[in-house]
Design a protein around this ligand. Structure first.
Ligand code: GTP
Length: 235
């Protein structure tokens, strides 16, 4: 396999499936099966999942709530998704450990970098919950940070689109999909992959990002097997 250790970033919104809110069990179990497949191919898997299907920090601001307050609520939302994912992964026979950036001893381990790495070496799927534990950072930033900390080979950013396009493919029929693109080209063309904090962390630490469609079953396995899936961003 091309990648030995990956950090998979899942979107909270995708977990809704066809629902308007919350967690779609069918989608959850599809994710679990996809993850099991790559694990069975000897890939060490760490996961960060967003919380947008439950709560978004910006929503709170619109309602007059303090941004920091909303961001912490968002971090808690990621814990709900992380726990759901943990249960789904265990139901397909994987061993998992959930580590939280905000201490919640009764339901998760605290995030300790060396322990996280050890868990991966021992074959456990590690889920990092509660973002970075800090307001003003997105779950993409958490994914970048954790990926660098655990020395992941790549971030696999699961989205609803199948890669990065030159323009919005839904609005512009001439939009072309990139198979590979550099961090600098993304800056120059003003394309959006992740927020700048997350993006810069990856660039400066030479960590490639693959943006791919996670909602098509089997895509993750194809990508890991070296298939022509998604767009890779690298230096
Ligand atoms: P190794 O000793 O490296 O093999 O790791 P381990 O995770 O199996 O050992 P440990 O004894 O630390 O953990 C046993 C179980 O307790 C695992 O399911 C952990 O996820 C869980 N666990 C460990 N620390 C905490 C904690 O602080 N809070 C909670 N809720 N569970 C914990």
């Amino acid at each position: 396999m091309k990648y030995k250790r990956v950090l998979l970033k899942l979107s909270g919104e995708s977990l809704m499936g066809d629902k308007q809110f919350g967690i779609d069990n069918k989608r959850l179990s599809e994710y679990a099966t996809d993850i099991k497949n790559i694990y069975d191919n000897d890939v060490e898997v760490a996961i960060v999942i967003g919380g947008g299907n439950i709560f978004r920090g910006v929503q709170a601001e619109e309602g007059g709530m303090d941004r920091t307050h909303g961001d912490y609520m968002g971090m808690l939302a990621t814990m709900i998704n992380s726990m759901a994912l943990q249960a789904a992964l265990e139901s397909v026979g994987l061993q998992t450990r959930l580590m939280s950036a905000i201490e919640m001893k009764e339901i998760s381990e605290p995030f300790i970098r060396r322990k996280a790495v050890r868990h991966l070496e021992k074959g456990r799927v590690v889920i990092f919950g509660a973002g970075t534990g800090n307001p003003f950072f997105t779950t993409d930033s958490a994914a970048s940070l954790r990926a660098i900390e655990i020395n992941a080979d790549v971030i696999l950013k699961g989205t609803r689109v199948d890669g990065i396009y030159s323009a919005d493919p839904e609005k512009n029929k001439d939009a072309v999909k990139y198979d590979t693109i550099t961090f600098d080209e993304i800056y120059e063309k003003g394309l959006k992959v992740m927020d700048m904090t997350a993006f810069t962390l990856c660039k400066e630490n030479d960590l490639p990002i693959i943006v791919f469609d996670m909602d098509t079953k089997g895509n993750l396995s194809k990508l890991i097997a070296g298939g022509d899936i998604g767009t890779i961003v690298q230096n």
